[in-house]
Design a protein around this ligand. Structure first.
Ligand SMILES: NC(=O)c1ccc[n+]([C@@H]2O[C@H](COP(=O)([O-])OP(=O)(O)OC[C@H]3O[C@@H](n4cnc5c(N)ncnc54)[C@H](OP(=O)(O)O)[C@@H]3O)[C@@H](O)[C@H]2O)c1
Length: 292
């Protein structure tokens, strides 16, 4: 436990808010960096300090890192990722922040190099972090259940089908709550457990298996349909090109990996896709527009 606030960037986003909630629940002082102070206040009430600013504003970053020893570094996939995260890291190093825990890209987007513009951006930030006089760890989570899988489930509930280009490609999906638990562990631990940690769920699961799990959970048939593969748009924006590259790498089986980092560090198994599907189906059952 640190008496000084932990600074969290990306705190109002999907993963960041889970990390903030956990730190606050542990009684840890937290400062969040955001362009939207009113959103942060609505999410976290008076439980956090708010540092308002944009990653492009060095003076705001210098003010945000004042008195901070540990930092959670997260920003969205975009053409600005390297610039933004490097700016935060440089401000942190100049402000004598002792430790940076970075949310990086999935391991299979980073290595081998040359397959993913998003992975290349995260790799560049990882290299920069390693050049700084700061203790750093980069968490490389596999695909999050709460992102692509949650959409697939909600679509299947209404349409009765799972339609994808990668029906038999396995993915070591991880629950974002497990990523948040590991991030908190590495923020609060006496020392970090390595320079990069590849995080996955317990199993490799294909979308054909997801359709079968949904059939059981919903007690009605969910069809599994193969779609043509997505082409990588040459002129699309950074995020669209990155996502199209993810699909191709997943189709090639690159995301079909599991590691034992979550059980090793947390002393419990990671959450499963099956449990996530049951939760999502229960949530959908309570929402009228998701009734078939
Ligand atoms: N989804 C996956 O399967 C997956 C897998 C591996 C890695 N990742 C990585 O996870 C990260 C995305 O996490 P997420 O989905 O939780 O993000 P998100 O929901 O898109 O949230 C983005 C956050 O970044 C903040 N932000 C954006 N631009 C900013 C700026 N210019 N200045 C200050 N703050 C800014 C936003 O804060 P305000 O709007 O409040 O300012 C918001 O809190 C990416 O780096 C991605 O590569 C995702």
């Amino acid at each position: 436990m640190s008496a000084t606030p932990i600074l969290v960037t990306g705190a109002t986003g999907k993963l960041g808010r889970l990390i903030v909630e956990r730190l606050v629940a542990l009684g840890q002082p937290v400062r969040v960096f955001t362009r939207r102070p009113e959103t942060a206040r609505a999410l976290f009430g008076e439980t956090v300090q708010i540092a308002t600013g944009d990653f492009g504003d060095r003076a705001a970053l210098d003010a945000a890192v004042r008195g901070v020893e540990r930092l959670l570094l997260l920003s969205p996939i975009s053409a600005r990722l390297v610039m933004d995260q490097t700016a935060v890291a440089d401000a942190a190093a100049a402000g004598n922040v002792a430790r940076i825990v970075k949310i990086s890209g999935s391991d299979w987007t980073i290595e081998p190099a040359g397959n993913s513009i998003s992975g290349a951006a995260h790799a560049a930030v990882e290299r920069h972090l390693q050049s700084l006089p700061v203790e750093t760890v980069s968490l490389r989570p596999n695909a999050w259940m709460q992102v692509s899988l949650a959409n697939t489930i909600m679509h299947a509930v209404t349409s009765g089908q799972v339609a994808t280009a990668n029906l038999d490609a396995g993915i070591g999906y991880i629950d974002a709550r497990d990523i948040a638990d590991i991030a908190v562990h590495q923020l609060l631990a006496d020392r970090v457990r390595g320079r990069t940690l590849s995080l996955t769920g317990p199993d490799v699961v294909s979308l054909r298996q997801v359709a079968s799990l949904l059939t059981t959970a919903l007690k009605r048939p969910i069809a599994a349909l193969e779609k043509p593969p997505q082409t990588v748009p040459k002129d699309g924006d950074f995020e669209h090109r990155a996502v199209a590259q993810f699909s191709r790498l997943i189709a090639a089986g690159r995301a079909a990996t599991t590691t034992d980092i979550v059980p090793t560090l947390l002393g419990r198994p990671p959450r499963t896709v099956e449990a996530f599907i049951l939760e999502q189906v229960a949530t959908a059952a309570a929402v009228p527009e998701y009734q078939p």
